[in-house]
Design a protein around this ligand. Structure first.
Ligand code: CAP
Ligand code: MG
Length: 427
């Protein structure tokens, strides 16, 4: 194959403070060297195309991305800041997560991570509340937060939905969330659901003396989504849930901008991420999606569980948890680049998907207390129903905090006993 991309290979270049650094895993196409494939990626994602063009100038050449490190299939590329429009996430993705996945020069390409320069990072809002803000709002300083997703995913009407939420709150859960595909269908309209559910939230708060949160799903066309978020606020809601990949970065940025005034806690669901993240040879990592979500400014983000129903490794879940919750993270293997979040608030990691009380101990051992534990099936599937399921979840968390095993704790906690009789208990 003819060498078409020239000048992008600058091994040994030391990235400037303002460069955006990307880590890719590249499997070159047959007959293409890793260096050639890396140059093709650097060119197409910055200033180049498949041939030299007469309109190129030495000044523009300088703006080209630089392949500065090649280690086996792993390639690091530095991008000058001026390639990017501050505060425009779609533009950044169009550049470094765009055309390059479909180039003939690469057989496979996986975007592993980014290191964001301060100037670019700070052009985004970042989380409004983050972990400290959420803990303050809920008045829960230390323990993991605990929630449920109303199930069945679809089909309950507004009043039935609110009743299920009420049972969950009464049983001891902090948070109730809509499922990702419940928005405003004829059988369950958004506005009526919010009104009914918040009514019972108030009742549950009065009865339990605890703060209770309802995360209504605002996912919709952008202007409609903003209307729904405003409606939540007007009704006294404190949270909005959004499916960040299906609405897209532009819509998420609009919601975050509106949220400067609304001041809702933003919960980020990530349906569809598997289409990008699951293939470890090709696509976009959850790490990069998580970076993007933190920069734009969600307050809570699903990161997986490693012990539940979704495919993901323990290492991956832990690394993403650190990435969104810490102020500084070190480079790790070929999966994560060093990151300094420049004071940007930490995002609360949400663990959801196939969880039940018996899985709480390994989950907390793996990720600590700064997690939001959510169980859908693992709450409403309890032999005695939702309220007992909620109790069993809280009991499992209490057991771990008290340093007890679940089996020991279950001797005096009947709901927990029933849950582990059904689903088992893990250490
Ligand atoms: C959990 C859940 C979540 C997925 C997403 C569901 O329900 O509400 O959407 O787990 O997980 O509908 O499946 P269950 P992730 O507790 O009943 O499994 O974001 O990690 O992909
Ligand atoms: Mg769901």
């Amino acid at each position: 194959m003819v060498k078409k991309y020239r000048g992008y290979l600058q091994l040994g270049y030391k990235p400037a403070k303002d460069d955006l650094v990307m880590l890719y895993k590249i499997k070159p196409a047959k007959g293409v060297s890793i260096e050639q494939a890396a140059e093709a990626v650097a060119a197409e994602s910055s200033i180049g195309t498949w041939t030299e063009v007469a309109t190129m100038s030495p000044k523009i050449k300088k703006m080209g991305a630089k392949v500065f490190d090649v280690d086996g299939h792993f390639v690091k590329i530095a991008y000058p800041l001026e390639l990017f429009e501050p505060g425009n996430m779609p533009q950044i993705w169009s550049s470094v997560a765009g055309n390059i996945f479909n180039m003939k020069d690469v057989e496979f390409l996986r975007l592993e991570d980014a290191h964001w320069p301060e100037k670019l990072a700070k052009s985004f809002y970042g989380p409004k509340f983050g972990i400290p803000g959420i803990r303050k709002l809920l008045k829960i300083p230390y323990r993991p937060l605990c929630g449920t997703i109303v199930k069945p995913k679809l089909g309950l009407n507004e009043k039935e939905h609110a009743e299920v939420a009420y049972e969950a709150w009464s049983g001891g859960l902090d948070i109730v969330k809509d499922d990702e595909n419940l928005t405003s269908q004829p059988f369950n309209k958004f506005q009526k659901r919010v009104v009914e559910t918040l009514k019972l939230r108030d009742k549950a708060e009065k009865e339990t003396g605890e703060k209770k949160m309802y995360m209504a799903n605002v996912t919709a066309e952008t202007s409609e989504m903003l209307k729904r978020a405003k409606f939540i606020k007007a009704q006294g809601g404190e949270y909005a849930m959004v499916d960040i990949l299906t609405v897209g970065w532009s819509a998420l940025q609009s919601l975050r901008k509106e949220n400067e005034d609304l001041k809702l806690v933003l919960h980020a669901h990530r349906a569809m991420h598997g289409a990008l993240t699951r293939n470890k040879e090709h696509g976009i990592s959850m790490m990069f999606i998580a970076d993007t979500a933190r920069l734009i400014g969600v307050d809570q983000l699903h990161i997986g569980t490693a012990v539940g129903k979704m495919e993901e490794s323990k290492e991956e879940v832990m690394m993403i948890g650190e990435e969104i919750e810490q102020g500084f993270v070190k480079e790790k293997g070929h999966h994560r680049l060093q990151e300094n979040w420049h004071g940007m608030k930490p995002v609360f990691a949400v663990c959801s998907g196939g969880l039940h009380p018996g899985l709480i101990p390994p989950l907390m051992r793996m990720l600590g207390n700064d997690i939001i534990v959510q169980g859908g099936g693992g709450v409403h599937g309890h032999p005695q129903g939702t309220k007992a399921g909620a109790r069993a979840m809280r009991q499992a968390i209490d057991a771990v905090l008290a340093g007890s095993t679940l089996r020991e704790w279950a001797k005096n906690h009947y709901e927990l006993k029933q849950a582990i009789d059904k689903w088992g208990a893990y250490r």
